[in-house]
Write a protein that binds this ligand. Sequence first.
Ligand SMILES: *Cc1c(COP(=O)(O)O)cnc(C)c1O
Length: 278
Amino acid sequence: MAEGLIHTIGKDHELRTPAPEDILDGIDGDVAVVMLTQVDYRTGRLHDMAAITQAAHAAGAVMIWDLAHSVGALPIGMAGSRAEFAVGCTYKYLNGGPGAPAFIHVRPDIAEEVEPALAGWLGHDAPFAMERSYRPAMSTERLRVGTPPVVQMTILDRALDVWEGVDMTDIRAASVRARRAVHRRGRAPLPRPHASPRNPGGRGSQVSFAFEYGYPAMQALIDRGVIGDFRAPDIKRFGFTPLYVDEADVLAAAETLETVIGEELWRDPKYQTRSRVT
Ligand SMILES: *Cc1c(COP(=O)(O)O)cnc(C)c1O
């Protein structure tokens, strides 16, 4: 997306993609925008939102957080960070289902200043007045382009009902407990160390294992009711949603992982053909 945007803007911006541990050092006066996924989709590494946003602002850059792996997974503290923007999806930890709408957050004090890249009719201040020219809505609404996906929004609305009265710090504590349990059991049979940071507070709500035969191993797991995903080149990734998944589920999944790896069930030829979605 950043490459495409740079191409569209046509002002010779440069896209830099430093390693996660080099992000802070890479933010200097040349940087216009820092765009970062708070929880690394591969390893689950959790970036320090406050420190990185502060560094971006000190360098005169705009901060955009991608919360795809944060929302519904951990307490975020968006308002406290003072970051200008955040985006994310609602089909991961919020379980909005396939095709669930994305979201954008704009810091309230700039919501009436930002200009949408695409000025669309439902971002108009009065879409049904059918005026000849565009006047942006005086809120985040202006970033809406067209008709929202109403069916998917309705499903998401129901998916969000279970969060009523839920404290994210309780969710976080349950996630830490579950991840500890799977780490203790799941690590043993794997030939290589796990890929996630060791400290549970330093990652999101996922556990990743690096394993050379990760793709067929994940297929073998899915075949046995343990559904995670595979991210090239070698990451097996499991997400934990404590509202839906309890410790017994987690231990059962870890046992299945032990069996699949220990008995090399992933060697079955039917797991070897890689599909488009991994
Ligand atoms: C899943 C995910 C998204 C969501 O992308 P969609 O195009 O809405 O599916 C965004 N950013 C990251 C890092 C993700 O992992």
